[in-house]
Ligand binder design. Structure first.
Ligand code: C2E
Ligand code: MG
Ligand code: MG
Length: 591
């Protein structure tokens, strides 16, 4: 559009007044006779384009027949009206300022679209052009009704979805932004239901797009039935996604009630092209104060909440939960900073002793990583190891853990060369797949000077189960190097000892849940004890040593010893501690 546009103007107060001759208007002339000036006045009067001449003060000096006809006055005689009134330019209208600038010669032209009121009360869309050079200005008023309605139709097409006839994403965002403008809001709150049909893709894929589209249109109709009574807007955001906007929300109850009514409305099956189809929907509901909310912020929250509704089992609504979101944000924040954290050296290792059950001497230590996070403080590995595996940074982190723990183990070995400790390091599956673990281990052993026999790598059962190709080759290469392989958390996975025996594995770490089974003296669980005993016996026959995890008291330690476990690890002996504490422990045990 050419310029500012506005509502209907004041009625052009038209009074039949004779035009006085003005020096700005060329004098009337008889015809195009040679030597005589051309008859501008006649040309102006008869021109098909509705026009008026306006003086420096903005008053109409003359108007032509066409303008009179356009405005329904039947006469081209206008009072010396202020033309701004004719244009419908309000006092504070920016167009009025521009209008004045043209009259005073500071601007050449003004063009704007206005809904102009005719004398009979009807209105018409007109494009107004005022051009001048500081003296008399020429105002033309072009009827653009047809163009305008075409434009409106085009806009309607652009802003609506052809399948459901609902407002589309663009229009929805426009309305959402307008609703967020608290100046026009009664309650200052806003609600949003973001909806996605469950399993729509399957319907579309099996029955075809035509049926899919008809179903979407039918769903849209039901959504509208739910939304309309409350004056709420329904839009199709794309695919099988819809949104319902609650303007002037009175609280979460209103939005969740709307979501509930939508779920109920969708419960009835749909009859589409002779087929009976059932669909359900997942809905993310967000309700909050409009102040401080942005359209994109709201949509992001709604998107997250919709994801929760799906993850929680679909066919339901879920309300946005700031705490759950904070957790997600923390996960995101951690994930995105993991890589730099490795480079910045934000990780530290604690060590937990592995103690011989028969004589209580520390045989080895397990290295357990912690993240000394600048904002969140000291983080346990369960907060970030999974994330590091997901984004691949476990490779760098794991390499650092290996290098640091081997360096530390070598230092302890130097301090106690006669009876050295072995170091047990956790290895994630991805380290075996995505990096050259064998080369890394070889290089680190070479660099630190740690003998391979003092290094044990802990892999989980699921990591080695069904391992073939690369992981299996890696296990064999490491074992040939002299490095020991232990199966961590044994008993939580497939527990296939026969399979395990065919792998180059030398130790089993029995999962803590086994030991928990005989935690209390009053309620010993003989079944657990029998299982553990059988396991230990079998492991020994296969040439594996057995470490029990999570040994929390002396009684458990004693029973594990009787059963035949080799080593124990747990709070009964020591929590995971800083390397200095291990050094002190060694000094006490190996003077
Ligand atoms: P894990 O390898 O099974 O390590 C033993 C976990 O049990 C440690 O938790 C330890 O603090 C805890 N624990 C030790 N004694 C007891 C006890 O008596 N009772 C109970 N209830 N728990 C005990 P932490 O340090 O939180 O480590 C958790 C897991 O994180 C580890 O389980 C391991 O899977 C993983 N992890 C730790 N460090 C690394 C690492 O450097 N690389 C990789 N890939 N994973 C690591
Ligand atoms: Mg472990
Ligand atoms: Mg374990």
């Amino acid at each position: 559009m050419g310029g500012p546009s506005g509502g209907p103007s004041a009625e052009p107060d038209i009074t039949p007044v004779m035009l006085t001759q003005s020096h700005d208007v060329p004098p009337e002339a008889g015809g195009p006779t040679a030597g005589e000036p051309p008859n501008y006045r006649a040309a102006f009067a008869m021109a098909r384009l509705p026009m008026a001449l306006v003086d420096r003060e903005g008053c109409v000096l003359a108007a032509n027949e066409a303008l009179g006809a356009l405005l329904g006055t039947g006469s081209a005689r206008f009072a010396a009206r202020v033309a701004a009134g004719l244009l419908g330019l309000a006092e504070d209208d920016p167009a009025r300022a521009a209008f004045r600038e043209v009259l005073t010669g500071r601007r050449d032209q003004l063009r704007c679209t206005r809904l102009v009121k005719r004398r009979d009360g009807t209105t018409l869309w007109a494009e107004l052009t005022l051009s001048g050079t500081g003296g008399t200005a020429l105002l033309s008023v072009e009827d653009i009704g047809e163009r305008h309605s075409l434009r409106e139709q085009l806009r309607h097409l652009q802003m609506h979805d052809p399948v459901t006839r609902l407002p589309n994403r663009a229009l929805f965002f426009e309305r959402l932004s307008a609703a967020l403008d608290i100046a026009g809001s009664r309650t200052g709150r806003i609600g949003l239901c973001y909806l996605d049909l469950d399993g729509f893709k399957a319907i579309n894929d099996t029955l075809g797009h035509r049926i899919g589209d008809q179903l979407l249109a039918a769903v849209a109709q039901r959504l509208q039935t739910c939304a309309e009574p409350g004056g709420n807007l329904v839009a199709r955001l794309g695919g099988d996604e819809f949104a319902l906007l609650v303007r002037d929300s009175t609280g979460t109850g209103q939005a969740t009630k709307l979501a509930e009514s939508v779920l109920t409305a969708l419960q009835r099956p749909f009859d589409v092209d002779g087929q009976r189809l059932a669909v359900s929907a997942s809905i993310g509901v967000v309700e909050r104060e409009a102040a401080g909310s942005s359209a994109t912020g709201l949509m992001q929250a709604a998107d997250t909440t919709l994801y929760w509704a799906k993850a929680d089992g679909k066919a339901r609504w879920t309300l946005f939960d700031p705490e759950r979101n904070a957790h997600r944000m923390t996960r995101q924040a951690l994930t995105s900073t993991l890589r730099q954290a490795v480079e910045r050296g934000e990780f530290v290792l604690d060590y937990q002793p592995l103690v011989a059950l028969d004589n209580g001497i520390v045989r080895g230590v397990e290295a357990l990583v912690r993240w000394q996070h600048p904002h969140f403080g000291r983080l346990a590995p369960d907060r970030f190891i999974g994330l590091a595996e997901e984004n691949g940074s476990i490779v760098q982190l794991g390499r650092w853990v290996l290098a640091e723990s081997c360096r530390q183990a070598r230092a302890w070995q130097k301090d106690h060369p006669d009876d050295p400790l072995f170091i047990s390091v956790n290895v994630a599956v991805r380290q075996v797949w995505d990096s050259d673990l064998v080369a890394d281990v070889a290089a680190i052993l070479e660099e630190t000077g740690l003998p391979p026999e003092l290094l044990q790598l802990e892999l989980t059962e699921s990591a080695v189960m069904g391992s073939a190709g690369r992981p299996l080759q890696a296990l064999h290469a490491l074992s040939e190097m002299g490095v020991r392989i232990a199966i961590d958390d044994f008993g939580t996975g497939y527990s296939n000892l026969a399979y395990m025996s065919r792998l180059p594995v030398s130790a089993l770490k029995l999962d803590g849940s086994f030991v928990q089974g005989f935690r209390s003296a009053e309620h010993p669980n003989p079944a657990d004890e029998t299982i553990v005993e059988a396991l230990v016996e079998l492991a020994h026959r296969l040439g594996l040593t057995v470490t029990a995890e999570c040994v929390e008291n002396a009684e458990q330690a004693e029973r594990l010893r009787r059963i035949g476990c080799d080593t124990g690890q747990g709070w009964h002996y020591s929590r995971p501690v800083a390397p200095d504490s291990i050094s002190a422990l060694l000094a006490a045990q190996r003077p």
